[in-house]
Ligand binder design. Structure first.
Ligand SMILES: *Cc1c(COP(=O)(O)O)cnc(C)c1O
Length: 460
């Protein structure tokens, strides 16, 4: 009996060329396609050996193969729908690109370019020149250089300016950013000695002043990014720290983290000091991320005094931390938007999402809800608070709307997450919700079908 069933299993070669799998076969690479076929056949072979089936048809095997192939053909890194409401979500890829950024990457990566070639002199050039002038124009800095993320920007600066000597930091700013980026450890790695001052909640200028010795190389201020202290708190403003550094002829540095270039308070959000304001306050060197509030590609941007940036450009770590040409191409487009603030807030997806009128989010929620109602899926529009995220403005939330779905929240969370096109929602007061702040108009039809599929399944 078993023997007969084993014999009935189709051969790989036959399936490779069968009509039903023709489309998949064309779409997939040969290796993965034949592996999927083998897995499909094996699935039935194992069932036979365990006496779990008495018979099967070719159609059943082909259906199984299609199911397996549809999983196997997917890349590991894939697009998903962000229903968390967190705009700069570090785990979900932070900032989105614009068509214009992609166009420029396409142009640069499908062709040779003058990445490190000086077209004036016909000799070797520097990849850093493409962005420097533009960044200075936008930020008001004297000079600038760009590396692959802000973590490397900080290491590079600490190494160049603080190596073998002391760097003074307030105890309130010895933060962990996440992903094991901890200021004390980073300082050790960079070769500078940490000199902690003040207390967790209070540090004043006198603390810095008292700690300065012959050994002091750097006064560092770190943005607390992902946490906020309130109550009996005192920190030293960058203006005052810069003045002290100037007086004592000690370099001052600020790790701003997120790098806001637009004064959000003009648009009704909490005041967050901008890169331009920090530079105006007189700090010698600042570093910030490219893909947080700036809304660009992953990058670490270092702006400051000309002679300091020149030193950075000669540091041996620079080569290890250098930015790739695609990110340079994308970042150039982003900084061009910032030449005109109105264009920046109109075009850059991260800024657009933060400043979008909640009415528009409500409209999207309504649109999704209407489709779901037609499909007879129980849903409720609720008002929510969406987070800005990305280790920036930790307390800041903006008004938003979400769709609350019926059913076991944990189960729903899992089903949506494991869907073909994953949907990442969030659980709020024991309910599963999809926050529409981070769901774009164009994603609504797809999202509606996914909800219809998963929520119906739950009912029966
Ligand atoms: C986010 C952040 C970093 C790390 O920046 P990446 O671009 O993610 O490497 C460093 N310092 C601060 C204060 C941050 O907020």
């Amino acid at each position: 009996m078993k023997g007969k069933l084993f014999q009935k299993l189709p051969k790989v070669d036959k399936l490779l060329n069968c009509k039903e799998l023709e489309v998949l076969g064309k779409e997939m690479d040969y290796f993965t396609f034949s592996e999927s076929i083998k897995s499909g056949i094996n699935f039935f072979r194992e069932q036979i050996s365990r006496d779990e089936i008495k018979n099967f048809t070719d159609t059943e095997i082909i259906e199984k193969i299609i199911e397996i192939a549809n999983k196997d053909k997917k890349n590991s890194l894939k697009a998903l729908i962000n229903g968390t409401g967190t705009i700069i979500h570090t785990n979900l890829g932070r900032s989105l690109f614009t068509e214009k950024m992609i166009k420029n990457i396409e142009e640069i990566s499908l062709n040779y370019s003058n990445l490190e070639y000086n077209l004036e002199t016909g000799s070797r050039g520097s990849r850093y020149v493409h962005l420097e002038e533009l960044i200075c124009k936008v930020t008001g800095g004297e000079s600038a250089i760009v590396v692959n993320n802000n973590a490397s920007a900080v290491i590079l600066c600490l190494n160049e300016f603080g190596k073998g000597k002391e760097t003074i930091v307030s105890r309130g700013e010895l933060v962990e950013i996440g992903g094991s980026f901890r200021i004390p450890e980073i300082m050790e790695l960079s070769g500078t000695k940490l000199r902690e001052i003040g207390t967790t909640n209070r540090t004043n200028l006198q603390d810095y002043n008292n700690a300065i010795t012959e050994e002091t190389a750097l006064l560092l201020k770190v943005h607390s990014s992902n946490y906020k202290m309130s109550g009996f708190v005192k920190t030293v403003e960058i203006e005052d720290l810069s003045k002290l550094g100037n007086e004592k002829k000690i370099t001052t540095m600020e790790d701003i983290g997120s790098g806001v270039l637009v004064d959000f308070s003009k648009y009704g959000l909490t005041k967050e000091k901008t890169v331009q304001e920090s530079l105006k306050a007189g700090v010698d060197i600042i570093t910030f991320s490219g893909d947080k509030l700036l809304g660009g590609p992953q990058a670490g941007i270092i702006v400051g005094k000309k002679e300091l940036i020149e030193r950075i450009s000669k540091n041996q770590y620079l080569r290890a931390f250098r930015m790739d040409k695609n990110s340079i191409a994308a970042l150039e487009v982003v900084f061009r938007y910032y030449l005109d603030e109105r264009e920046a807030i109109k075009e850059i997806p991260t800024l657009k999402m933060i400043l979008e009128n909640p009415k528009k989010v409500e409209n999207r929620a309504q649109e999704l809800s209407n489709i779901l109602n037609e499909k007879k899926i129980i849903n409720h529009i609720i008002s929510t608070r969406a987070k800005i995220g990305g280790g920036s403005m930790p307390e800041e939330t903006v008004s938003s709307y979400g769709i609350k779905l019926e059913g076991n929240a944990n189960l729903l969370e899992q089903k949506f997450r494991k869907n073909d096109i994953p949907v990442i929602g969030r659980i709020y007061e024991d309910s599963y919700i999809i926050d529409m702040k981070t769901v774009r108009e164009k994603e609504i039809p797809e999202l509606a079908s996914i909800i219809a599929k998963l929520c119906q399944k739950l009912e029966n």
